[in-house]
Design a binder for this molecule. Sequence first.
Ligand code: CP3
Length: 342
Amino acid sequence: MLNESAFVRACRGQEVPHTPVWFMRQAGRSLPEYRKIREGIGMLDSCRRPDLVTEITLQPVRRHDVDAAVLFSDIVVPIAAAGVDLDIVAGTGPVVAEPIRSAGDLDRLRPITAGDVDFVAESVRLLVGELGDTPLIGFAGAPFTLASYLIEGGPSRTYLKTKAMMYGEPQLWHTLLARLAEITQTFLRTQIDAGVSAIQLFDSWAGALSEADYREFVMPHSAEVLGGLADAGVPRIHFGVGTAVLLRAMGEAGADVVGVDWRTPLDRATEIVGPERALQGNLDPAVLFAPWEVVEREARRVLAEGRAAPGHVFNLGHGVLPQTDPEMLTRLVELVHLVSAR
Ligand code: CP3
């Protein structure tokens, strides 16, 4: 049934009745019902409660009629399960109490088993029961993006400490990324075994790297994650921000679908990525703050450029911004369905 959904079919480059659409960060602060249910409950605590995860994941599906749900969780959930002391601070993001900067620090990052993230499997099972014919997307952070938080200790603009380790201590770097790849693969496998219809690997900050450095220091580890899941048969989406020069390599890492931010038009992206892979994207999330006429014009342009790709999943070029008017998202879903109806 889910294999016949417009979302999964588009990921596989098969014909679809309409272009499927979902939004990164569709569950979250743009929704008043989310802000209400989260009152007084920490972000990580809410990720560990299957009842809350289920409700928050379903909220945008009910409201917007999107073609897929995305599991409510965070990329740092598996590294917290691996023993790293961290918190998600509102308005800042993940903050790591003791950053990982030396070989000795690696002891604080042990492998995980499915049992360490049983709350995620339970959430997925509950959601699959509730969602019926709407597919559920599972996700994880890619080794580079996770490493950047672990090494910097929090968000960064320059990735200075991350790159210092990458260039200065390549052996330590590769050991750390290999360990993160293993954790990430277990985390994704747990979600697949519990029933998600697709997975997305978020390498949000990989755009900080040149193509050569990406291929040498990062791609082998992301390829380990994606390649290790090839047998599962669910579409694998690979996404990052500012990745215009990396799109080809990110596809080659083992993706079925390459996520594209708003900087690269999708027809150009398909030339770079090649004809074997579908694309996801790529309306600028800031466009949703413009008058509706502009949103409509831009969405029509994205749909037209997306026709060059073998399959197109409509999305924003990055996550929904917290200040977004949810009504704009609902109208956008309606428009995408209407304009793309075959
Ligand atoms: O709807 C969805 O997309 C599912 C939920 C989701 C969250 N985080 C929930 C969340 C997903 C897919 C993520 C992934 C994630 N987390 C990424 C990759 C996606 C991207 O945006 O590039 C990254 C880099 C993180 C790390 C992280 N966690 C950041 C940068 C932040 C934002 C900090 C802030 O407050 O502005 C978080 C916190 C976070 N993750 C929130 C949500 C809903 C906000 C915290 C809250 O609601 O209290």
